[in-house]
Design a protein around this ligand. Structure first.
Ligand code: ARG
Length: 491
């Protein structure tokens, strides 16, 4: 058996092929350990599964397998306790673990990489990570949905203006406004679930690019790790990062949604709007202007969305020029993936708290919603009910709005006589239309802001949150059973 020292000349797993030492600058330039060390749990999980498979097919004896398993357990403990000492020659987490395993378990460590390459290993680690974080992000998104639903429930009849072009448009309720974000987040949850399904395919067994001549059993490894299926092409398996792109895209679009929420709350907490206030614990001050209370948290959610969009562009650009199969470029997949996931996770947690503690000024909202212009469309639609064609009704109310503006009055200040002067078909009941609460209650179509339509949205939202939690719990079944259970369910 080759001794560890000979195989690992210069401390490298590939050291035997090249003479002398690697340049220090090359070591630093090519190292990914600072980024990929956080994959240590996935790496060891993958290695344990691989060892059990090698044992099952007879490529390892029972004694060898248990020495490797015990050794890997010790390495894991060191990494968990942060007592693991990385060496300059450790290229990445995979070689670091293998090196340390050799130090702990001796020559048997040289058998760990039987029928395995770092190429299928790293793809497996990343898919394990992706599968896990998608579930975590789904739960975090459901948590924000729940916070929005709770606040919405308090405000089914709280009126405020809805805007188009940032101009007051029509009356909506605060509940309806908050529920718009629940819907956006639901699509994010679905995208994450899809990305999770995409991640749930096992590449291990694809070797460096052309699988192996050794009699491995990939189904055993898949069952050990709870993967639902095997990759079907070894060249694709080691070079495919579509699942990572899809996770990052899901994070980027999610962050675009959180950015929009952040932006609206920045506006609402401004003196100009005054619709909401952050408790002091969630605001920041100015080092120069003593009176300031700033919404930095919301601005950072908005600002960090840019980094997630950047991560998506990085990944796509990194992939686009690569010939099959593995190229070292692929090592650059981790930073953008981790960054996008971290930003999405922390922003979801932060905004969930902000939504829960935000103080709404319903008086300011009601005042703004009292703008009678918000009910101009209602007047036109009321005329439609009287048999006036909509285009004509629109023109008629527009003339009324102009007359009111010319007289520096608001629309609700026009008298019944003013209205009948504009058009004799307009009866005196028109003046009763200028009540925002009633305006809200007139909009009960499905998906509308009417209180009863909103109650249905609330019920839908609560059901979606429950369903998400149930689905994530199913996905998080014990790894050794999960695959088999899922396979059965699929049939
Ligand atoms: N650190 C590398 C990565 O993340 C591991 C694979 C190295 N493979 C190789 N053929 N050099 O992609």
């Amino acid at each position: 058996m080759a001794s560890d020292a000979r195989v690992r000349r210069g401390g490298k797993v590939w050291g035997a092929r090249l003479g002398g030492r690697t340049s220090r600058r090359v070591e630093e330039y090519t190292s990914s350990v600072a980024v990929d060390r956080r994959l240590f749990a996935e790496d060891i999980q993958g290695s344990l599964a691989h060892v059990r498979m090698l044992r099952a097919v007879g490529l390892l004896t029972a004694a060898e397998a248990s020495r490797l398993e015990r050794g890997l357990g010790s390495v894991q403990t060191e990494l968990e306790r942060d007592t693991f000492v990385f060496q300059p020659a450790d290229e990445d987490i995979h070689t670091a673990v293998e090196r340390r395993l050799g130090e702990i378990a001796g020559d048997v460590a040289g058998k760990l990489q039987t029928a395995r390459s770092r190429n299928d290993q790293v793809a497996t680690d990343l898919r394990l990570y992706g599968r896990r974080v998608c579930g975590e992000l789904m739960l975090a998104a459901a948590g924000l949905q729940e916070a929005l639903l709770d606040r919405a429930r308090e405000h089914r009849t709280t009126v405020l203006p809805g805007y188009t072009h940032m101009q007051r448009a029509q009356v909506v309720s605060l509940a309806h406004h908050l529920l718009a974000y629940v819907e956006m987040l639901q699509r994010d949850v679905e995208r994450l679930e899809n990305a999770q399904r995409r991640s749930d395919v096992l590449p291990l067994g694809s070797g460096a690019l052309a699988a192996t001549t050794l009699p491995i059993d990939r189904d055993v490894t898949a069952a050990e790790l709870g993967f639902s299926s095997l990759t079907a092409n070894s060249l694709d398996a080691v070079s495919d990062r579509d699942f990572a792109v899809e996770i990052v895209f899901a994070c980027a679009l999610l962050m675009v949604h959180l950015s929009r929420l952040g932006e609206e709350l920045v506006l609402w907490t401004s003196s100009e709007f005054g619709f909401a206030e952050l408790p002091d614990a969630y605001a920041t001050g100015s080092s120069l202007m003593p009176q300031k209370k700033n919404p930095d948290v919301l601005e950072l959610a908005r600002g960090r969305s840019g980094r997630t969009v950047g991560a998506l562009v990085s990944l796509l650009t990194m992939l686009k020029g690569q010939p099959l199969a593995y190229n070292r470029d692929l090592q650059e997949d981790k930073q953008p993936l981790f960054d996008a996931v971290d930003i999405a996770a922390s922003s979801l947690a932060m905004l969930t708290e902000v939504v829960r503690v935000l103080r709404f000024d319903t008086t300011a909202m009601r005042r703004a919603a009292g703008d009678p212009g918000l009910l101009a469309t209602d007047v036109a639609e009321w005329l439609v009910g009287q048999g006036v064609p909509f285009r004509e009704a629109h023109g008629l109310v527009a003339r009324a709005a102009r007359r009111a503006a010319d007289g520096r009055r608001s629309l609700d200040r026009l008298s019944p006589a003013d209205w009948s002067a504009i058009d004799p078909r307009v009866g005196p009941e028109v003046t009763k239309l200028f009540d925002p609460q009633r305006g809200l209650r007139r909009r009960e179509v499905p998906g509308g802001p009417g209180p009863r339509a909103v109650s249905r949205q609330l019920a839908r939202g609560a059901a979606m949150v429950t369903a998400t939690r149930r689905r994530v719990a199913l996905l998080a079944e014990p790894a050794d059973r999960g695959g088999a259970v899922r396979a059965r369910r699929r049939r």
